[in-house]
Design a binder for this molecule. Structure first.
Ligand code: SF4
Length: 353
């Protein structure tokens, strides 16, 4: 990191002044000091864009208006409201955190940073953002957008996910903190990353800290922050069975851990499995496989998954459909069901079209 010379106005002062004119002030989770509402927004905004989050956030808050309601609701209902937002681990952890707040903090969201960070699913940056917005507590944030702003502005080389680089960025973020107006500063930093210092084609002409931005001065914007070192992700493939009859499709509850944990999804079989034999043994169902549908590619953090959808007409009434963990889902209920986004899209496109 290069040293930045003395300036008439600090980094924080320029951001706060910029925010007064250009910051976002009307998002549904702003203009409140309610830590619960702020927390849910911060969790949803991890890995998801504002425009996508807004309708989910509003529906979620209508269904779970406070910590106690979230804590006492079945996980399945929480997952239904998260369905389509992706990264379902966030919903599992939010549910567990709500229960921890009820069990260990009497239902009141904790104020101390350490206690907030101890809750499931809340890391250092998220805890600092909640504490700043809800309680005015002074603390540095360092989410993905802020890493990009600081890496460029201070000319920090290296991949920000690397522990050494991240430590450097944390130190820098702390050194920039203002003594006052932490809430506005925190929001301004987030807004700058989300609306001006974009990954591609940042609006440096509009940036309040452009005059001492090292990436701009040294023409290194495209190379900062350094991308994640390339890694070839393992590829997996599986067939998903669309067993349908009379306007219903068979879905299976996924295990409590692993991908799409706790959601309903289509039954899976190995791509080379004998589908007729499998359905007879697993569901006591006689099926007639139909023309396979085009494969679907889906990326997870650690691997890529190819889904091969295999429609099958069900002949007669299978006995096992009443088993726990299996459900004949009416096609009319697809929109509100706790299904993974690619499965919901497949069913919507192929079964409701
Ligand atoms: S000048 Fe450009 S690259 Fe530098 S912080 Fe501002 S928007 Fe980002």
């Amino acid at each position: 990191m290069q040293a930045i010379g003395a300036l008439p106005l600090s980094f924080a002062s320029r951001l706060v002044a910029w925010h007064a004119k250009h910051g976002r002030r009307d998002l549904p989770w702003q203009n409140t000091r309610d830590p619960y509402r702020i927390w849910i927004s911060e969790i949803m905004l991890q890995q998801t864009q504002v425009s996508t989050v807004i309708p989910y956030y509003e529906r979620f808050l209508a269904a779970f208006p406070d910590v106690a309601t979230l804590a006492s609701s079945p996980l399945e209902r929480v997952l239904e409201h998260w369905s389509g937002l992706g990264y379902y681990r966030r919903a599992h952890l939010a549910h567990r955190a709500a229960q921890a707040i009820v069990d260990h903090h009497g239902g009141t969201f904790p104020h101390e940073n350490d206690a907030i960070t101890a809750l499931p699913g809340i890391g250092r940056s998220t805890a600092a953002a909640i504490a700043a917005f809800a309680f005015g507590t002074r603390g540095a944030i360092l989410d993905g957008n802020v890493k990009r702003v600081l890496a460029r502005h201070a000319g920090v080389d290296g991949f920000p996910g690397d522990a050494k680089v991240e430590r450097k960025l944390w130190r820098h973020a702390e050194s920039l903190l203002p003594e006052r107006e932490i809430e506005t500063y925190t929001q301004a930093l987030m807004d700058l990353g989300a609306t001006v210092c974009l990954r591609r084609c940042p609006g440096c002409d509009l940036c309040p800290v452009a005059n001492d931005c090292i990436a701009l001065r040294e023409d290194r914007i495209d190379s900062l922050p350094a991308p994640r070192p390339k890694k070839i992700l393992p590829q997996r493939a599986v067939s998903v069975l669309l067993l349908h009859r009379h306007g219903e499709v068979l879905v299976e509850k996924r295990p409590a851990t692993g991908i799409w944990a706790g959601l309903w999804s289509l039954p899976e079989v190995a791509v080379d499995a004998d589908i007729v034999a499998h359905c007879l043994v697993r569901f006591a169902a006689e099926v007639a496989p139909q023309t396979p549908l085009p494969a679907i590619e889906h990326g997870f953090t650690h691997f890529r998954l190819t889904l091969h959808p295999q429609p099958c007409a069900v002949l007669g009434l299978p006995r096992h459909a009443a088993e726990p963990g299996l459900l004949w889902l009416p096609l009319t209920d697809i929109a509100g069901a706790a299904l993974p986004a690619p499965i919901k899209k497949l069913l919507r496109d192929r079964m409701l079209a």
